[in-house]
Each structure stands twice: as structure tokens, then as C-alpha cells.
Write a protein that binds this ligand. Sequence first.
Ligand code: TYM
Length: 332
Amino acid sequence: MQRIFSGVQPTGNLHLGNYLGAIRNWVRLQGEYECIFCMVDLHAITVWQDPKELIRNTREVAAGMIAAGVDAEKHIVFNQSMVPAHAQLAWVFNCVARIGWLNRMTQFKEKAGKHKENASVGLFAYPNLMSADILTYKATHVPVGEDQKQHLELARDTAQKFNSDYGVDFFPLPEPLIFGAATRVMSLRDGTKKMSKSDESDYSRINMTDDADTIALKVRKAKTDLHPMPDTMGALDERPEASNLIGIYAALADRDKQDVLHQFAGRQFSEFKAELVDLAVSVLAPINDEMKRLTADTSHIDAVLRRGAERADAIAAPILRDVYDIVGFLRP
Ligand code: TYM
């Protein structure tokens, strides 16, 4: 069976982008692959995290994944810092990947913004840790949202360079799995910006922890334009907010965007939004309830993560030992 690895940063609430772009696909792939899902807390601290919040978010994100349908019995769910191979292999990759490659990473440029000199070294080296996450399990497939595609290409380049530098056929070249109607969910306040945990405005995103009233309020306030709904996809090109809301509807309903457009063509946004609220609440409310129940029982979540980390370590440690042998680290 082929192996999946994917991760999510425990830097705040899971939002609809994480769910539609990644986690829902993870749930659907569980029957076909051996899966390893990780709360990447080492990645989280590349920007400042309050320690107590980080712990709380790690538990909450784990609860969110499980509530959304990730099977932590059959598959592996854990937090990254519990398995030392991630950081150890990342160091080796820091010595394999080239500075020029990392300089091209758009996510670093976006996150560091104008203050590049002041960004942490970890934020710059972040993609190497991500390559290590995947390759310390020799994972073959990585389901992610569109925004992670460039990092995945870097992981493939790094695997290939390691193999060729050391003359081995050791690491597989991991394939991204990017699919569904919502590979890139945009902000509710600005259809040209990605929906993100780091956006200052909570109205820009629907959180997996939002209750029905909050979802309704955020959808009602979501930016739109003055025109009624068009009936062709081409007409959405210049209307990023409309395109985003229709994409969200299509993804939540598991339908084609064009099909949704046909249904709402010529109607006002107010009508469409009312239906979008009902749909979003019907999908998210059961997850939300289960998430609350799981989050209340921290000892259960901790036990799941501990057991997940043991199982992850059992796969990663021998692969890391092989890497150390290949590299020439003495094992006296
Ligand atoms: P993170 O925590 O930003 O997001 C987790 C997953 O959600 C997807 N995603 C989105 N999809 C669609 N629309 C959006 N607006 C949106 N926002 C987020 C992301 O693409 C991702 O799949 N670097 C990664 C975490 C990571 C990782 C890994 C992923 C660390 N190591 C190894 C895969 C494999 C990140 O920051 O994701």
C-alpha cells in the first residue's frame, strides 16, 4: 500500500480552507492509503507562538481532524515534536537543499513581508523541515491545498538531489494530491487573498469552531458585488468574491461549480447567501459538536497523540538510521 503524509500547523483554529482544501480529502483517502497525519508544531514556532496557546491549539486541531473523520485508530495522528526524526532529517536536508531554491519560495516572501532580515532562520528553512516530514516516512503521496504545491516541488528536488549526491535510490519522489472544488479557498473579505489563520480579521474566515450564528453572520457580511449571479464560469473571472463563494458552495455540496451556477443564475446574492449558510451549517455543525466533545477530554486526545507518535517513530527511526549510514555518520 502506498503511504500518505500530510500536516497542519496548530497555530490557531482550523478554518474552512483547511477543511475543504486538505482535511476532507484526507478523510476520503483513508481507504486507499496508509496515512500519517501530523500537527506540525515545529513548523508553528517559525513565527512566535504563546506556549500555552500552542498546546491548546495542538489538542484542538487534533480534535478537529478526528471530528472531521480522520481515523486515529487505523491511521497515525500525532504531533511533530514527539518524533525526533523530523528535526534530524531536516538538518541533513539543510545541507542538501540550496539557498537559491529556498529564495524562490513564495510563502516565505509572503510571510516575511518587508521584514525579511528580521524573520527567523526557521521560517526560511521551513520547506526543508516539510521535506523531512514527508521523506522520513518515505511517503509517496501528499494531499494538500494549492498553496503547498511549491513546497512539494522542493521536497521532490531535495529527494532527487540526496539520491544523486549519494548515488542511492533511497527516497521516493513524493506526489502532491491536490483535488476537489476548493483547492484554494479565498478570504471572505477579499477574494484575491487566501483564507488564512493569520488574517487579522476573523470575518475573513469560517472557523471549524464557529457556531451557526457566527457562520451566518460571516457569510452575510462576506464581500460580494452588485451584480446578480452569472450563469457561466467565464463571467466569474473578474468577480473573485462571487467565484470564491460559489466555489465554497460547490465544495460543501460536493457538486460542480458550473452546476451550482446554473441553479443560482440571475438570482441575488442575498438569496444565495441564505442557502450557503444552511449548507455550511449542515456540514460543519456535526463536526463542531464532536470537536467540542473531544476537546473537553484532553487526556483522551493526549493518549491518541502519544500512541500515534510511538507508531510514527517506529517507521521514521529506522529510515533515519539508514540516512545516517548513507551520509557516513559513524555508529560506533
Ligand atoms: P497549513 O497549516 O497552512 O494548512 C494545512 C492544510 O490546509 C491547506 N489550506 C488551504 N487549502 C485551501 N484553501 C485555503 N485557503 C487553505 N489554507 C490552508 C494547506 O494547503 C494544507 O494542506 N506547510 C504546511 C504544513 C505542513 C505539511 C507538511 C503539509 C508541514 N509539513 C508535510 C504536507 C506535508 C502548512 O503550513 O499548512
